[in-house]
Design a protein around this ligand. Structure first.
Ligand SMILES: Nc1ncnc2c1ncn2[C@@H]1O[C@H](COP(=O)(O)OP(=O)(O)OP(=O)(O)O)[C@@H](O)[C@H]1O
Ligand SMILES: [Mg+2]
Length: 206
């Protein structure tokens, strides 16, 4: 079976990083090769850009922000994603282009068509084989962010921003149900974990 590119997405606090550990556990148990990456990031340039875009002190227009996301993405694809997939190693990424549609499109209000044009330029027709959207109600996400850490530049945005971000994820998932699974992440971590195991078993025909 060809190596797969799997992405994990959803609003801040939905539990992506938490459930990445579960995905890692599954790959280890199955003895399948995998690398874990994140966007923006996972290359020296990408990690530098991540610092900039997440830093609350950074000022930039929505278009500049979007270009930085795609800059990091281009480097990540060429340096990490494509070489690994070509070697037969699966790649699991914490956030990908769905996040750009959700945050810069839904959240910041950039037209989706402009983001789609950059997507085409950077990725061509390359898309994740599968995308897991972790979903929680807005209030739950905001509570989790509040509790868990210092807020980054996005996490300082008002609730309406996050409402639009979440809506965009759900719309995109609904428009292409074969590529997405939306998981209710407002349940015990163990329950979400079992769903993820089931999905991965299906996806890899285990
Ligand atoms: N199913 C769950 N039930 C209760 N709390 C959870 C659940 N999943 C995650 N959390 C908690 O919510 C907080 C945010 O989780 P996590 O960092 O995994 O989210 P995230 O989606 O990676 O967020 P970000 O996008 O900001 O990186 C953490 O404190 C985590 O322990
Ligand atoms: Mg995270």
């Amino acid at each position: 079976m060809a190596a797969k590119f799997i992405t994990l997405d959803g609003i801040d606090g939905a539990g992506k990083t938490t459930q990445l550990n579960v995905i890692q556990e599954w790959f280890t148990a199955q003895q399948l090769p995998v690398v874990f990456t994140r966007e923006p990031g996972s290359t020296p340039l990408g990690e530098q850009l991540r610092e900039i875009v997440l830093n609350p002190a950074s000022k930039m227009t929505p278009k500049a922000e979007t270009l930085l996301m795609f800059t990091a993405r281009q480097q990540h694809l060429d340096d990490v994603v494509f070489p690994n997939l070509n070697k037969g190693i699966n790649v699991v990424c914490d956030r990908f282009t769905d996040a750009t549609f959700a945050y810069q499109g839904g959240g910041r209000g950039l037209p989706y068509a402009q983001i789609a044009a950059l997507e085409q330029w950077v990725q061509g027709d390359f898309q994740p084989d599968f995308t897991l959207i972790l979903d929680v109600p807005l209030e739950v996400a905001l509570q989790r962010i509040e509790r868990s850490r210092e807020k980054d530049r996005f996490e300082q945005e008002p609730a309406e921003f996050y409402r639009a971000v979440r809506e965009t994820y759900l719309q995109r998932a609904a428009s292409q149900p074969q590529r997405y699974a939306v998981l209710n992440s407002n349940r015990e971590k163990e329950v979400v974990r079992q769903d993820i195991f089931n999905l991965l078993n299906q996806l890899f025909e285990r």
